[in-house]
Design a protein around this ligand. Sequence first.
Ligand SMILES: *Cc1c(COP(=O)(O)O)cnc(C)c1O
Length: 419
Amino acid sequence: MSTADLFQQHVLPTYGRFPLVPVRGEGCHLWDDAGKRYLDFCTGIAVCSLGHCHPRLVSAIREQAGKLLHCSNLYQIPQQAELAEEINTHHVRLPGKLFFSNSGAEANDGLIKSARRFGHHRPQTDGKPRFEVITFQQSFHGRTLGAMSATGQAKIQEGFDPLLPGFRYLPYNDIAALENGVHPETAAILLEPIQGEGGVNMATPEFLRAIAAVCKKRDLLLFFDEVQAGFGRCGDSMAWRMIAPEIKPDGISWAKGMGGGVPIGAFWLNDRAIDDQGTALSSLMGPGSHGSTYGGNPLVCAASLAVLHEIREKELAQNAILMEVRIRETITSWKLPVITAIRGSGLLLGIGLDPALIPTPEGKTPALVVVNQLMERGLLTPPAGPNTIRLLPPLNVTAMEIDEALSILKTALDALVAK
Ligand SMILES: *Cc1c(COP(=O)(O)O)cnc(C)c1O
């Protein structure tokens, strides 16, 4: 029986899957079961930050697998401690503490729980706890009940109500809407510094600064969802530093690129004092407040350590910036009317498409039409909303690989638009 048939019989149809059956990967390339080779600018949606089967990552996994795969968070896991130190010292560079999860949605659930704890500790004037988290339209925070409720997209939530209460969705990059959006029960603001799934939209520096100012003025926590954008992808260790580097967030969530392909996520809380007694924000999530059986086990932490060491030592965030410049210069030089914008930062880029110029069959989006064309021609990319395709190559992608991918993109767009 074919893989597609097995899927149809045995796997819930939650994904509209492409027919591609991947069997092997190496660096920037992926092979399917027919032996066809693809340039992979999807990287498992910004997960394989070092490309496929990077030798340093593979040997870290092999070595750890032979020593100890899993124990329990009942014990002092050395790889987890070392990873937390690496992240604090070299990537966040602010005093704080981490909790390790298995995914981005879980990491965001951890931030939402932290906001609720904070709202109990710093209640409304009448003594009732604060609980509301402000998020933004077109955001994506994951698919658990909590993360889905935080997500500002009706299509993600359709048919799952009642949602978790306590979220308010404001327009992104709209400073005027911000001030009126804060209520007595509001405890935190959560946002992606660069929205990924929502179409690759970057926050303006003015918007991030206005959010930070409102948080300070109204005693709210400021959370960044760096699940897709973090750890070098956008040209700095953290995406918010590409926009307003002086901002000091209260919480951060990560997953995707931090593990290079192993399931790991994390959230971080600032050590800053949240009252006159000097209570640290990070102390609110004390013993018994949260947990995960797998979270931060020796295997995934050893893998993530190898990934983050490689990103830092080889200055891959810098490479992301160099490659972004190359992509922007090349695409701009084409002067193609079908390309309406290049959005994003580093190697989280969205290519906006003019829907009027792409012949789109019923039930498909222009982005899907282009993604299918690119796949046929040997380039993998994910869509981001109906009219945007994303370029998410590995952070160590070379100029030659970029040039090859862009030439496929140009040929495909020329052919599509000519029709
Ligand atoms: C992918 C993503 C998530 C969800 O991560 P999962 O690991 O799929 O749960 C959350 N936030 C952002 C910004 C993402 O891109």
